[in-house]
Design a protein. Structure first.
Length: 170
């Protein structure tokens, strides 16, 4: 782990998965502590990586402060690694906002989520549908309708599950 500017850089060197896992989702949060305001916990909103083996469903170009981030590609809310890319993605270098200084301490925690096939399909389709219903999507004449995945007959929702492993500061 190292820092540059306002961003902390992490390296994921090992990733062992059961053979029936379709993907791995990386989501995180950080705890910011300082003497005046105490301690606050927030979700990591943006991830930065140049790896072509991370799912691009939530990726976009962002060249602002690219030298500090270590990347020009921003991923909103999570990183998703498809099963077929699990070996090629390593080592995975990624960055998130938040470095400690003299007054403020920031500590990151990451969850490595291994979803069932149904949960993976549901969450990916829900995210795509969410993107297509934001204010910026109203300006796009080429927007496509996304049907959120369901495995419930004659109803809505999904019957699914996931496991996760949580680790602080890789």
């Amino acid at each position: 782990m190292r820092s540059r500017g306002w961003y902390r850089h992490f390296t994921l060197e090992e990733l062992t998965l059961p053979p029936d896992v379709r993907s791995v989702w990386i989501r995180g949060f950080y705890r910011q502590t300082n003497p005046e305001s105490g301690s606050v916990q927030r979700e990591v909103g943006d991830y930065y990586t140049t790896s072509p083996f991370v799912d691009q469903v939530n990726g976009a170009n962002d060249a602002d402060e690219a030298d500090e981030k270590g990347s020009t590609i921003i991923f909103d809310e999570f990183l998703r690694i498809p099963y077929e890319n699990r070996a090629r993605v390593l080592p995975l270098y990624f960055s998130v906002w938040g470095t400690s200084d003299d007054r403020t301490r920031i500590r990151h925690t990451f969850r490595f989520i291994t979803p069932s096939d149904a949960y993976d399909r549901y969450m990916r389709s829900r995210y795509k549908q969410q993107l297509n219903t934001t204010e910026s999507a109203e300006e796009n004449p080429f927007i496509e309708q996304i049907t959120v995945y369901t495995n419930i007959s004659n109803g809505l929702g999904v019957f699914a599950g996931y496991n996760y492993f949580q680790i602080s500061e890789l």
